[in-house]
Write a protein that binds this ligand. Structure first.
Ligand SMILES: NC(=O)c1ccc[n+]([C@@H]2O[C@H](COP(=O)([O-])OP(=O)(O)OC[C@H]3O[C@@H](n4cnc5c(N)ncnc54)[C@H](O)[C@@H]3O)[C@@H](O)[C@H]2O)c1
Length: 740
């Protein structure tokens, strides 16, 4: 960064000078008669991204073009599926102060201004991702052409990293696509497929990949030197109104409301982007508008929230590089065909995600009605995509054709991997797994989707335990990104790597965990839900507790709403199993016994739980009868919201210390955080449960637990948490090599 500073001051640092010199081939001008084709092909990198040396090289190229006699310029990438991925996040991570950010952003803005000011027609020819700074680069060109390929995604996802577009995106996008569409993209951090980008006017032409360069050259020639008109012209009456003074006012008000609803006030970046766009929309003075954007960018970029969101981004990048096995190179086996035993809630969902990603699936159930329901579940999800035009009829048919079903083992000899998703009963599962072993090839891997039973124990029923593992999906499978890959005592490295790879192919985030009660995520969630029950027992109001967690802390929903989602019968069953495994710290609030006999009150699935649900299953309000039904007095709220949240969240942190320190259930704090974010929706802006714990400080958490522990034995500080504190926190005690 120091070098960027020197650069803006006119003194190119010697090191930077060298790296810019080495970038000569990364951005090169290839003359094509009267047109300059500018090829982007960043050296020693799989992708093009705006690092400082790349930006400096771009500046040199623009200077050269400015002096040239070319009639037009086509910017095109020579990377297979990337136009420009965005700004270099490694550099963003290193910047600390507003001043440092401001200098770096000013540099980017000035280079993109130079592109905008080039005298000849400029076209961005986009194939692959043009995200963030990549999209802003394209916006600085006069025109944009994109390929219809699935890899082409164009947009401004900055808010997902807690920042806002800073290289002119907030200022230029509304001019190109209009206010409404620009807010839609920027405030939600959207990336658009080429067709959609064409529809909103973000790209001018959508072409086949093989014709991209040719069309871009033709396009430049057809324009005969005509640069793009600077101001956006609304199309249609509605858009004309929305872009009027009054219309824009309404659009801004609505956008503010939607942002606050979606973020519950926890994410400052979308609000900041909105403020910047409101101030700069329609502003003729480019420099002033960009200064406002820059200022807004710096304000959010220095926040801890942005650092935490970048950390979450790093966690997801970490998974991309992992194989599931540390220290040795293991090749996963190819999985083209899977079979799923049990076509219930989970089996149907698993069949859907697998077939959706091109894997052939055979479903088997003992019950024909359940089987039909499982297939129908997948069909319904694809039909939704078809109706929304995300997929076409042909793709729909292709996906459907990948799922077949039956009540016997036919087709199982073809299968590379079997997922067991039948009833949660060890004896039945063992019996079925043993029977299954006679119907598959000797090399077929078998995984169980159990949520609470021992994988090592279950493997005893399988003649080749090295080919047996756990693959724990979360409900609903199509929405929840986490898959816990459970390594049993005898599971081989190749099996782990294959299951890990398969989860990634299914579009999921796998985390390897060791066998143990509740594996990782449920092991932490159980004390959390059990604690919520005690809050209710002590006289807290259900809605108030849920609001404190959801709006105060940022969880996707409060613990009572969560228990309703999971199913109250399931929660009770698992709590009892846990109580056996951890009698010292799992206690059950006395009212829970009353719940046991209430078969019509199982949560959302019976449309009645702590909450009432409408006929479509939408949560309406807390059931006013619930307190009397459970034999509780009307709530009098003896506890503060802070105590309520601390008790639940710190109970999870206490349990996490035990799971990591003694049992080594997950290998690192980073993987633990990824699992909690992807498996429970733990608020990403907090960086993960353990990142949050380290930031709050374990001293403070231990102090609070000591306070609670005087009254409630289950909340006493674990010796493991004290050990982790001695090591300087979770991320120091359980580091992840290679993670920033
Ligand atoms: N539902 C969840 O939230 C959730 C989450 C993660 C894991 N799990 C686990 O996934 C597994 C399945 O749970 P579910 O919620 O889908 O249950 P479910 O009751 O909805 O479905 C189970 C299906 O298995 C079928 N079945 C029973 N015996 C069979 C056999 N011998 N061969 C083939 N099919 C058989 C049943 O007919 C039923 O259709 C359980 O182990 C559960 O613990 C469930």
């Amino acid at each position: 960064m120091k070098e960027t500073i020197e650069m803006t001051q006119g003194k190119l640092g010697a090191d930077l000078e060298k790296s810019v010199a080495s970038m000569v081939d990364s951005i090169r001008i290839v003359p094509h008669q009267e047109i300059a084709i500018v090829e982007l092909d960043q050296k020693d990198s799989k992708v093009n991204k705006w690092s400082t040396p790349m930006m400096m090289r771009l500046r040199q190229v623009i200077e050269e073009l400015k002096k040239s006699s070319y009639q037009g310029v086509v910017f095109i990438s020579r990377k297979p599926k990337i136009f420009v991925a965005g700004a270099d996040i490694d550099e963003i991570r290193d910047l600390k102060t507003k001043e440092e950010f401001s200098r770096a952003v000013a540099e980017g803005q000035s280079i993109f201004n130079m592109i905008e000011d080039l005298p000849m027609v400029t076209v961005a020819a986009i194939h692959g991702a043009a995200a963030g700074g990549g999209c802003e680069f394209a916006l600085a060109c006069d025109y944009r052409i994109a390929t219809e390929d699935g890899s082409t995604r164009i947009g401004l996802p900055e808010v997902k990293l807690g920042i806002i577009p800073g290289f002119g995106g907030c200022v230029r996008l509304p001019k190109v696509v209009g206010l409404q569409a620009a807010l839609d993209i920027i405030l939600q951090g959207k990336l658009l497929a080429a067709k959609k980008a064409g529809k909103v006017g973000l790209v001018d032409l959508v072409v086949h990949e093989n014709l991209l360069e040719k069309y871009a050259l033709d396009f430049v020639r057809e324009k005969k030197g005509q640069k793009r008109p600077v101001a956006y012209r609304s199309r249609g009456l509605v858009n004309q109104f929305l872009d009027s003074w009054l219309g824009a006012k309404i659009v801004f008000q609505q956008a503010q409301k939607s942002v606050l609803k979606a973020t519950k006030g926890h994410y400052p970046a979308p609000l900041k982007a909105l403020e910047v766009i409101r101030k700069t929309y329609g502003m003729a003075d480019r420099e002033r508008a960009l200064a406002i954007e820059r200022e807004g960018f710096c304000e959010v970029a220095v926040t801890q929230i942005s650092k935490n969101l970048i950390h979450v981004f790093d966690l997801t990048e970490m998974v991309k590089k992992q194989t599931g096995v540390e220290g040795v190179t293991v090749e996963p086996k190819a999985v083209r065909h899977i079979s799923v035993l049990g076509a219930g809630t989970m089996g149907g969902g698993i069949a859907y995600v697998a077939a959706d990603r091109g894997i052939e699936v055979r479903l088997k159930d003992i019950n024909l009605v359940a089987l039909a329901k499982g297939v129908q579940h997948a069909r319904n999800l694809w039909e939704k995509l078809l109706n929304k035009k995300v997929i076409d009829q042909y793709e729909f048919q292709q996906k459907m054709a990948r799922v077949s079903g039956g009540t016997d083992y036919s087709d199982f000899k073809r299968t590379d991997l079997v997922v067991e998703a039948i009833v949660e009963d060890m004896e039945i599962k063992k019996k079925v797994i043993h029977e299954l072993s006679h119907h598959i090839r000797p090399e077929t891997i078998v995984v169980t989707n159990t949520s609470s039973l021992s994988v090592t124990e279950m493997a005893k029923a399988f003649p080749r335990p090295e080919l047996f593992a756990g693959m724990h999906f979360f409900n609903p499978v199509d929405k929840m990104p986490l898959v816990e890959v459970i390594r049993g005592e005898k599971t081989s490295d190749v099996t782990v790597a294959t299951v890990f790879d398969l989860a990634k192919k299914m579009g999921k985030m796998p985390v390897v965990v060791k066998d143990g009660p509740g594996f990782f995520v449920n092991r932490l969630l159980l004390p959390y839900m059990a604690e919520a029950a005690f809050l209710l027992q002590e006289g807290q109001d259900i809605e108030r507790v849920d609001r404190a967690y959801e709006y105060g802390f940022g969880m996707p929903m409060g613990p009572f709403a969560l228990m309703d989602e999971v199913g109250l019968d399931v929660c009770l069953k698992v709590l009892k199993i846990f109580k056996k495994s951890f009698p010292d710290r799992i206690e059950m609030a006395p009212f829970l016994e009353k719940l046991e006999g209430l078969k019509d009150r199982l949560g959302r699935k019976t449309k009645l739980g702590f909450y009432l649900y409408d006929y479509k299953g939408y949560r309406e309000k807390v059931d006013p009868q619930i307190y009397s039904v459970l034999g509780l007095n009307p709530p009098r709220n003896p506890l503060s919201d802070e105590d309520c949240v601390d008790r639940g969240v710190y109970a999870m942190i206490n349990e996490a210390a035990r799971a990591l320190w003694t049992d080594r259930i997950v290998a690192s704090a980073a993987e633990a955080d990824l699992a909690m974010i992807m498996g429970t929706g733990f608020p990403p802006f907090r960086g993960g449960l353990l990142k949050f714990a380290d930031q709050i400080g374990l001293e403070h958490i231990i102090g609070r637990l000591e306070e609670f522990g005087r009254t409630y034995a289950r909340l006493r500080v674990s010796s493991e948490l004290r050990e982790v504190n001695k090591q300087g926190g979770f991320y120091k005690a359980f580091p992840k090599k290679g993670l920033h």
